[in-house]
Ligand binder design. Structure first.
Ligand code: ADP
Ligand code: MG
Length: 238
């Protein structure tokens, strides 16, 4: 069964239509990358899955349940953004545990889950430090920790690495893949970077102008691009 099912989804901003009937099925545990040029609708689609943006037509199901009218909090998702705003006056531990504190979870549960997330993300030594004392990569890991403690069914990433330098981006790619394996969760990951898509995805969704051009494994798309756009974008010889 699909964990996330996007059916005939349309998005309009006033009279401007930016999404033209998008269909994507994402399986349980799959790492799916939405890729395409700037403005093609990747963030809009992700925000519609998250419930941060209403859909104009079609349906979105998460875990077999239609969530069209379900607010973000009820969707069993967590989103990691490109600009990972941390609270500067809270420690790393308090930053990671913040969603649980807001949900008024017991202190023991918060401590346990923060401890586990910190262990997974190699942040245990830094729990009492403040964000300013961390490197860019460590801050990005704190932002991921904040998503992990919520134990969502689906993680949504919107260009999480685009503010990092090239070297760190490569390291973080590997870390996010490891995270996926360890947590065994479903990930929907947005990027405009073809290499990121090719190296990280189980399945790639290539988008253009609010439409899906092709869906397949990195190898499928490389070997059998359905059109010149996909071939050119993915970088296979034509
Ligand atoms: P991507 O993330 O692939 O760069 P977006 O999803 O941000 O693309 O945008 C898709 C299209 O929707 C673009 O043409 C963009 O200008 C338009 N768009 C996004 N948000 C809004 C908005 N709030 N109002 C009007 N148009 C928007
Ligand atoms: Mg975007």
């Amino acid at each position: 069964m699909a964990d996330v099912s996007i059916k005939d989804v349309v998005k309009r901003y006033g009279s401007l239509q930016v999404m033209h009937g998008v269909n994507v099925d994402i399986a349980d545990g799959e790492f799916v990358v939405l890729v395409g040029p700037s403005g093609c609708g990747k963030s809009t689609l992700l925000r519609m899955i998250a419930g941060l943006e209403a859909i104009s037509d079609g349906t979105i199901e998460i875990g077999g349940r239609v969530v069209n009218d379900v607010p973000p909090k009820g969707r069993d998702i967590a989103m990691v953004f490109q600009s990972y705003a941390l609270y500067p006056h809270k420690t790393v531990g308090d930053n990671i545990g913040f969603p649980l504190k807001m949900a008024k979870r017991p202190k023991q549960e918060i401590d346990d889950k923060v401890g586990r997330a910190a262990d997974i993300l190699d942040l245990t030594k830094y729990l009492d430090r403040y964000p300013r004392a961390l490197s860019g990569g460590q801050r990005q890991r704190v932002a991921m920790g904040r998503a992990i403690v919520r134990e969502p069914k689906v993680f949504l990433f919107d260009e999480p690495l685009s503010n990092l330098d090239a070297k760190l981006r490569v390291t973080m790619r590997v870390e996010i893949k490891e995270l996926h394996q360890r947590l065994n969760t479903t990930i929907v990951y947005v990027t405009h970077d073809q290499i990121e898509a090719m190296t990280m995805a189980d399945k790639i969704v290539v988008m253009r102008d609010g439409r899906v051009e092709q869906i397949g494994t990195p190898l499928d798309l490389y070997d059998n691009p359905q059109n010149v756009f996909v071939g050119g974008f993915i970088g296979s010889p034509s």
